[in-house]
Design a protein around this ligand. Structure first.
Ligand code: SF4
Length: 93
């Protein structure tokens, strides 16, 4: 199974793994080291905006804010990418 090339310096993991260990480990299993790797919204934001500096630290790989945080500081570009990903997913379902 492939591992995300950003795994060793993903800000979301660095910042939240000590306080949200079990939850983060589940995401890591499914996204960073699992079948959903290509669906990681963090990676998609980086690819679309041209760098990982544009990814909000508190964004999970599913595009939602970490529990107990919110998206109030996320840029409109990031929110638009998430909206378009959700629209595509909605059309597929
Ligand atoms: S959260 Fe996304 S960007 Fe970060 S290591 Fe996992 S798959 Fe890669």
């Amino acid at each position: 199974m492939p591992i995300c090339p950003f795994f060793n310096n993903c800000k979301w993991i660095e910042k939240y793994s000590s306080t949200n260990g079990a939850r983060i480990n589940l995401y890591i299993k499914n996204y960073c080291k699992g079948d959903s790797l290509r669906r990681c919204v963090r990676k998609k934001v980086s690819e679309k905006l041209g760098g990982r500096e544009f990814i909000p630290d508190n964004m999970q790989p599913d595009g939602k804010p970490v529990k107990g945080t919110n998206d109030s500081e996320w840029s409109e570009e990031v929110k638009e990418i998430i909206r378009s990903i959700r629209e595509i997913q909605h059309m597929k379902n």
